[in-house]
Design a protein around this ligand. Structure first.
Ligand code: GLP
Length: 243
């Protein structure tokens, strides 16, 4: 596990984008696992800028996203598909047919979970998975649990997550109560993991996840067992992790 200390959010974003850019450069037809939330927005800004400058070419890249709210369609501006399109896909030269997000409108959880797992397999697996972390230690939408959920599945969101994510909605009542998410097994099968973390409010969970006991009650702690993990955090987020 490599822990890279960035000065601030901008520095973290540039460093994370550089890791993803290196992946696209060495393997132009790579599969990028992508994430939503406020943390990766700066990373996506850098990638879009470098693509615009002609430094990066996404024409052969495929992407798979970690998760999607259940019941929100592509046109809904709170859906993760919409978020990805706005913050990244529409700003780079990627083929929209190569971008994949779980289908929040599929009513049958088993069908959608199976489809998404098969899709990832058919692409040859994920070369590098970008991750953020929730305040309760969730990755994707794998909430604290008594066991690690292996594959893509439908989850009930915790009150803490609904509370944290309500800032994107008109009110907490409008936050969907369920989501589709890659499982812990899906994430751990990625060849590389890139975790980004920013802000003082993430310092406690970052210390628990990256230095504490590995347990399903802190889902992100599992990444300690992955053979190729890079964590890039700003000073505030890593302040409770000794040098
Ligand atoms: C959401 C996403 C996660 C993300 C988390 C943290 O719940 N499903 O993938 O890591 O939020 O978001 P933020 O980066 O806004 O703190």
């Amino acid at each position: 596990m490599r822990i890279i200390r960035a000065k601030d959010y901008e520095d973290m974003s540039r460093k994370a984008a550089a890791v993803l850019a290196a992946q696209v450069t060495v393997k132009p037809d790579c599969v990028l696992g992508l994430a939503t939330g406020s943390t990766p927005i700066g990373t996506y800004d850098c990638l879009a800028q470098w693509c615009k400058e002609g430094v990066l070419d996404f024409s052969r890249v495929s992407t798979v996203n970690l998760d999607e709210y259940r019941g929100l369609d592509h046109e809904n501006d709170q859906s993760y598909y919409y978020f990805m399109n706005k913050n990244l896909f529409s700003r780079i030269n990627i083929d929209p047919a190569h971008t994949h997000v779980p289908n929040g409108m599929e009513p049958d959880p088993e069908k959608e979970s199976k489809r998404y797992e098969e899709l990832i397999r058919s692409l040859g697996g994920i070369d590098i998975q970008l991750l953020g972390i929730g305040h309760d230690g969730h990755i994707g939408f794998n909430e604290p649990n008594s066991f690690f959920d292996k594959y893509t599945h439908c989850v009930d969101l915790t009150e803490m997550t609904i509370e944290a994510n309500k800032r994107f909605f008109a009110s907490a009542d409008e936050v969907p109560r369920q989501a589709y998410t890659m499982g812990i097994g899906t994430i751990m099968h990625a060849r590389k993991l890139l975790m980004i973390v920013s802000g003082e409010d993430k310092a406690d969970i970052a210390a628990a996840a990256f230095c504490g006991e590995v347990k399903p009650e802190v889902p992100a702690s599992i990444i300690q067992f992955h053979p190729d993990v890079t964590i890039i955090g700003d000073e505030a987020a890593l302040s409770k992790i000794p040098e």
